[in-house]
Design a protein around this ligand. Structure first.
Ligand code: AMP
Ligand code: ZN
Length: 493
């Protein structure tokens, strides 16, 4: 089996073929680092991670690039209101974004190019387009001449031939400042915007041969993609809202400049809904990772929920769904610990673990090969858990090779999904902290007893009891464990 991807340009499933002698180049449109991204954005970012991990799982060398849009009108307005440079707005947001990615177990990109650090590449690309008569300058701004690029509209399948001369469809679709700048054709879009005083005040103006200014959003991605991955990238991803005009415009700029195909496979993620509705501030349904964590939800459960639906299918976020995700993860965690602790014995009779592991891996890969169908892959994983649990119920002992095969299969599937290891790290991270606290209290109790202050010793025992810690004084020393229902950390002292 081989990986097939749904390519938006051809609206079809196409076998993915890498190009010889170079890593698979993936460009993912990243966030505007102005506000913390919401869980909808993270549907797209977690999907990117799945793609990244699965390509590597298949043995491809991958060069994964995600840009950070760190100059943009909202950022400029925000900086002006606070009387600071744009970097004072974007730097903390960038850090917070990386912290969210780490919390969600996202494998880092090879590089996160920032728009403000690629001004030369952007200006160079605009110059090339002017030289080739695909762009023109007006009052210090530069526009792409859509009429010069007949393929315009192919990705989004929009027909702009009806909208010449001020009809403004393209402008309305992209919600841009149709009246602010004088363009030759209402459909043309800005590659570069002349500097306003407001931009200079906050450090958002860069020199060019045609005067100071700031880049348009679309040119950022074309320039950074080419700078990091060359003129043609293998896979370009983003949420479905980026098809038009962002990606349509990226194609026009890039291909008009280079004469080469810009992207081999276009992948777009369907928008996440919340309680069946589009996310919006006015509905109060825009949640960040921090919002959900503050309500007691683990990032692993968020990640799991975001992977539950195929990326081109509807996915509706609800708190009930998040609870279900937590329950499903619990099963996986319990299984992973049980499997690790299973009694292994040389010469034990076969129990069917290796066979179940082989079937699971095969079904898992077949699902992901089919345009990264995560529901199929997750089903393969849970079928495996059910069968392996049944095998462990039946067997007193497991042959080492079967035990190894089952552990390897679980680890391998989780290398792609990234949920079990993440959930374990979360739980064990908490437990380590908790265990350290218990140890510290037990030391204090021992000291109290040594000085025959039994009241103090009993008080500590009650304090531990209140947090679910059962203390046993045995001949071998003090032992403790957590009450049933809490995580099973135990220690011998
Ligand atoms: P932005 O910072 O707005 O450019 O968005 C970052 C990424 O999140 C882009 O790829 C968007 O297409 C994507 N995105 C925005 N809203 C949603 C949503 N509700 N569901 C999934 N992806 C989204
Ligand atoms: Zn982009």
């Amino acid at each position: 089996m081989a990986l097939k991807l749904h390519d938006t340009l051809s609206r079809s499933l196409r076998a993915f073929t890498p190009r010889a002698g170079r890593p698979v180049g993936v460009y993912a449109c990243g966030p505007t680092v102005y506000l913390p991204p919401h869980i909808g954005n993270f549907r797209t970012f977690v999907f990117n991670d799945l793609l990244h991990r699965y390509l590597e799982w298949q043995g491809h060398e991958v060069r994964f690039v995600m840009n950070l849009t760190d100059v943009e009108d909202k950022i400029i307005d925000g900086a002006r209101q606070r009387g600071v440079d744009i970097t004072a707005v974007t730097a903390p947001q960038t850090e917070a974004f990386f912290a969210d990615l780490r919390a969600l177990g996202v494998r880092p990109a090879d590089v996160y190019p920032r728009a403000t650090e690629h001004m030369d590449a952007m200006v160079g690309l605009v110059e090339r387009l002017i030289e080739k008569d695909h762009a023109y300058e007006r009052d210090g701004s530069v526009y792409f001449d859509i009429a010069s690029f007949p393929a315009y509209g192919r990705l989004a399948r929009v027909d702009l031939s009806q909208t010449r001369a001020g009809a403004g469809l393209a402008d309305r679709a992209r919600g841009i400042d149709a009246d602010e700048y004088e363009k030759a054709d209402a459909r043309d879009f800005a590659l570069w915007k002349a500097a306003r005083d407001a931009d200079r005040e906050v450090g958002a103006a860069w020199p060019t041969p045609w005067g100071e200014g700031r880049p348009g959003w679309h040119i950022e991605c074309s320039a950074m993609s080419m700078a990091e991955l060359g003129e043609t990238v293998d896979i370009h991803t983003g949420g479905e809202d980026l098809i038009f005009p962002h990606h349509e415009d990226e194609i026009a700029q890039s291909e008009a400049a280079t004469g080469q195909p810009f992207v081999r496979y276009w992948l777009h993620v369907k928008h996440l809904k919340v309680n069946g509705e589009k996310m919006s501030k006015s509905k109060g349904n825009v949640f960040t990772i921090a919002d959900l964590v503050a309500r007691g939800h683990a990032p692993s459960a968020i990640r799991y929920l975001l992977l539950m639906a195929h990326y081109r299918s509807e996915l509706n976020f609800t708190f009930a769904g998040l609870e279900d995700a937590r329950g499903a993860l619990r099963r996986l965690l319990d299984f992973s610990r049980r499997l690790e602790a299973a009694p292994v014995a040389e010469g034990a009779a076969e129990v069917g673990l290796a066979a179940a592991a082989a079937v699971a891996l095969e079904t898992f890969a077949r699902g992901l090969d089919d345009d990264l169908n995560t529901p199929v892959a997750l089903r393969a994983l849970f079928d495996f858990v059910r069968e392996a649990n049944a095998a462990l119920d039946r067997a007193d002992e497991v042959p080492p090779a079967e035990h190894r095969a089952a552990l390897d299969a679980l680890t391998s599937m989780d290398d792609v999904l990234g949920i079990v290891a993440l959930a374990r790290a979360e739980e064990e991270g908490v437990d380590q902290e908790f265990a350290a606290w218990v140890e510290e209290r037990l030391d204090a109790r021992r000291d109290a007893r040594a000085r025959r202050d039994f009241a103090a010793a009993d008080a500590i025992r009650s304090e531990l009891g209140a947090r679910g810690v059962v203390v046993e004084d045995t001949l071998q020393g003090v032992r403790w464990h957590r009450e049933r229902g809490t995580a099973d950390v135990a220690s011998n002292r």
